[in-house]
Design a protein around this ligand. Structure first.
Ligand SMILES: Cc1ncc(COP(=O)(O)O)c(C=O)c1O
Ligand SMILES: N[C@@H](CCCC[NH3+])C(=O)O
Length: 442
């Protein structure tokens, strides 16, 4: 079936957490990228992830404009497929991958290896080998044992560039489960306990490795610039220490990602422009101690992909309980585990038809065999919502598709890219055949 492209006939432009090109009107018409979302639901089925290419590109450009002297590396874990790789590559971003799988997608999409940074707190030997074989630009050392393991894989005559991930001991991030910058987390090497210092010593003795900088990542969904200013201060102190101890000036400082986005109306994200001052802070601090300023890297994932995504669900049941009325949809925690994992809240709206009914609060749940399979508590939706209606959920572009599971043997939804009035499938739906294929039987 060819996609009917409806010209914009909208009254309401996108604000809050919806993608840049989202348009809604009072008749239930909803479009993203110039494409009618009801047409997407009809053509590709539900649930479906819709990604607004223009929104992604605008966010990449906003980062590059706000941080012209810094490197912007997109964190693939937020949302990854070959189409996304093509978008961020063509916008001139670098890339952070944290597994051989993410690296394989990047390379399959022709992402230049020298613009790739490999992370991971427990990289397997196979992952290290893949990174070396692919000639990735930089590998971030997260453990002492990794140093010799990696050096042994580097061919003679080659030097692998590495950074050391240090723990700045700064607690930031929206939820305990997504904080990574403190001493009591599994990531990075402790400055206080001496691990970071030892890593630097060992790498500098390794002829096959070239230490180019330090890295840290504080956590995720961080709404203020201050924690980044603090971590930059800690890392610059370490650069000075390394210079004083070893006479080596490291040229790079990678401050990780974690920049917040708005998930619901009224929330504000951390705009790239608010990070613009970081470069000047680092330059000033370095000048103060006679250190050449390193090149900064930032690694946004959520802030590039999150607002671009909308998930479409079909309502299956509306059930009145004693205390609340449930709206049950054809997806849930398998395509969006974030409410269950972090208590995350989402904004949603019914699309596809007009209604004169007022709004009421509903509990929107998924179809999984799990009481915690709730997509939203107290979601304001039309009082006459009924089976067959379609719900659009905002800001689901990051950590939804990438964290999806097949729980209850549910195939993962497709990803549909929308742009300039056209919708195209970039990741197909996972069908029962896909699920059965892995089960080799007795
Ligand atoms: C090393 C590193 N860089 C970047 C990111 C991206 O984080 P976010 O999507 O919150 O920007 C992460 C994930 O938290 C990470 O672990
Ligand atoms: N997956 C988390 C963030 C962790 C990011 C990776 N360190 C989220 O959905 O918010």
């Amino acid at each position: 079936m060819s996609l009917l492209i409806t010209p914009p006939r909208t009254t309401e432009t996108a604000d809050g957490p919806w993608p840049a090109t989202a348009r809604f009107d009072a008749y239930g018409h909803a479009e993203v990228g110039g494409v009618d979302l009801m047409e997407v639901a009809a053509r590709f089925g539900t649930p479906a992830y819709v990604m607004d290419e223009v929104d992604v590109r605008l966010r990449c450009r906003a980062y590059r404009a706000a941080l012209p002297r810094a490197e912007v590396a997109y964190a693939a874990k937020a949302f990854w497929c070959r189409a996304m790789a093509a978008w961020v590559r063509s916008e001139g971003l670098a890339l952070d991958v944290c597994s051989a799988g993410e690296l394989a997608v990047a390379r399959a999409a022709g992402f230049p290896a020298d613009r790739i940074i490999l992370h991971g707190n427990a990289k397997t030997p196979a992952e290290l080998r893949a990174a070396v074989d692919e000639r990735v630009g930089r590998i971030v050392i997260d453990d002492l044992a990794e140093i010799n393991r990696l050096a042994a894989l580097v061919p003679a005559g080659m030097r692998q560039k590495v950074l050391v991930r240090v723990i700045p001991d700064i607690e930031a991030g929206a939820h305990a489960a997504i904080r990574t910058g403190g001493e009591d987390h599994k990531f990075g090497l402790s400055i206080a306990a001496g691990g970071a210092r030892e890593a630097v010593n060992r790498i500098l003795r390794q002829p096959r490795l070239e230490l180019v900088g330090l890295h840290c990542h504080l956590g995720s969904q961080i709404t203020a610039a201050e924690p980044y200013e603090q971590s930059a201060r800690v890392l610059v102190e370490q650069l000075a220490r390394i210079r004083d101890a070893h006479g080596v000036t490291l040229p790079q400082l990678d401050l990780g990602g974690g920049h917040a986005i708005a998930y619901t109306r009224g929330q504000t994200g951390l705009a790239p422009s608010r990070l613009g001052a970081l470069v000047a802070t680092v330059e000033r601090r370095c000048a103060g101690i006679g250190l050449p300023a390193p090149r900064l890297t930032v690694e946004p994932g959520r802030a590039v992909a999150g607002p671009a995504g909308v998930t479409l669900y079909r309502v299956i049941a509306v059930k009145k309980g004693l205390r609340r009325t449930y709206v049950a949809v054809d997806g849930g925690m398998s395509d969006n585990p974030r409410p269950a994992m972090y208590g995350s809240r989402y904004e949603m709206r019914m699309i596809g038809r007009a209604t004169h009914e007022g709004q009421r609060d509903f509990t929107v749940v998924g179809h999984h065999c799990e009481s915690g399979d709730t997509l939203a508590e107290a979601a304001a939706l039309p009082a006459d919502i009924r089976p067959g209606d379609v719900l659009a959920v905002a800001a689901t572009g990051a950590y939804n598709h990438s964290m999806a599971s097949t729980y209850n043997m549910t195939g993962r939804p497709p990803v549909v890219a929308v742009s300039r009035g056209k919708a195209r499938l970039v990741v197909r739906r996972e069908g029962l055949d896909d699920l059965l294929r892995r089960d080799v039987g007795l």
